[in-house]
Design a protein around this ligand. Structure first.
Ligand SMILES: [Zn+2]
Length: 133
């Protein structure tokens, strides 16, 4: 595994041990539960919300992702339909942002979390003793 941080972000795993799940549902498109998170890692006990208000910082990541998605959609639309009306660009970007919202939400928290938590191989290596998962 080359990058524990990348693995954690892509798989939605605890940034410290890479074992425990961060989100309660593995499916980002379950609208009722896409934002439900575990408080602690089930494997190593790491507290995901390091301090109160910790997730406010994830908004910056979310903003960066939103800009990136918008630019990407703009470029693709422009390449496919260079003469499209400006309303088409706005429509495509708005649709993409809405469709991507659960992913953006989760990814921003995962990225933010990984800024402050470091992979600890000690937790990752040994298997859970209780063995009930
Ligand atoms: Zn963990």
């Amino acid at each position: 595994m080359k990058s524990p941080k990348l693995y954690s972000i892509l798989k939605g795993k605890c940034p410290v041990c890479l074992k425990g799940d961060v989100f309660k549902s593995s499916k980002a498109y379950r609208i009722r539960e896409f934002d439900k998170m575990h408080e602690n890692c089930s494997h190593c006990g790491h507290k995901y919300e390091i301090e109160q208000g910790f997730w406010y910082g994830a908004m910056y990541v979310s903003y960066a992702l939103t800009v990136a998605i918008s630019v990407f959609c703009f470029v693709v639309t422009y390449l496919l339909f260079p003469n499209a009306h400006s309303g088409v660009f706005i429509g495509v970007i708005a649709a993409a942002l809405i469709l991507m919202a659960p992913i953006t939400y989760r990814a921003s928290r995962m990225v933010w979390m990984n800024f402050f938590s470091k992979y600890n191989p000690k937790f990752g290596k040994h298997e859970s003793v209780s063995g009930n998962h």
